[in-house]
Design a protein around this ligand. Structure first.
Ligand code: 5GP
Length: 192
């Protein structure tokens, strides 16, 4: 098994586009051998989120220390004082298990991973039907205040413009179709 070539799958999209649903679906497909890259974040846990599963929840101070120590492959202040980043140790951990890494990260972070590992990475942009639909989805999720939702919507418009920089775009209009398309893309990148 020493010929294992670890790959990276980046799924980026505006918050509320459904990329988390797509990533979870792909993780359930054993044939792909994917493992989720758990990001570190300085934001507080939401709903049922667990430390070490959804994120490594760390303090702002700890996060800044890790930046200083060059422990991140990429990091981003996605929203003010809410830092998110991929620890180098996370990718090493997953490849050591002979699994491929799948990321659910923001657009800038996704493109940074792609630029660091251009050959090994498939970068996919998940496109929501419209900004209005995004607003509806975020409100339905009702885990955030109106202010926070508006902040996410404002960022979404900027993010949508980066879609052409990705290897592939999945339109998440009908979830079943988007899931199938995601499976096809991953399967073909892995040459299955
Ligand atoms: P949320 O607060 O909704 O969990 O995430 C907010 C945004 O941060 C999402 O777009 C999410 O994909 C992104 N994000 C999560 N982890 C990372 C990461 O490690 N790096 C970057 N750049 N963005 C991330």
């Amino acid at each position: 098994m020493s010929d294992f070539q670890g790959k990276l799958f980046v799924f980026s999209a505006p918050s509320g586009s459904g990329k988390t649903t797509i990533v979870r679906h792909l993780l359930q497909q054993d044939k792909f051998g994917l493992e989720f890259s758990i990001s570190a974040t300085s934001r507080a846990p939401r709903g049922t989120e667990k430390d070490g599963e959804d994120y490594y929840f760390i303090s702002l101070k700890e996060f800044k220390n890790k930046i200083k120590n060059d422990e991140f492959l990429e990091w981003e202040e996605v929203y003010r004082d809410n830092f998110y980043g991929t620890l180098k140790t996370e990718v090493e951990r997953i490849w050591a298990e002979k699994k491929h890494v799948i990321f659910d990260i923001d657009v800038a972070g996704g493109l940074r991973i792609k630029s660091k590992f251009p050959e090994k990475t498939l970068a996919v942009f998940v496109k929501p039907p419209s900004i209005d639909e995004l607003k509806i989805r975020l409100k339905k999720r009702s885990t955030e205040s109106d202010d926070k939702i508006n902040m996410r919507i404002a960022k979404a418009s900027v993010e949508l413009a980066t879609a052409p920089q990705f290897d592939k775009i999945i339109k998440n209009y009908i979830l079943e179709d988007a899931l199938q398309e995601a499976e096809d893309l991953v399967g073909s990148f892995l040459e299955l």
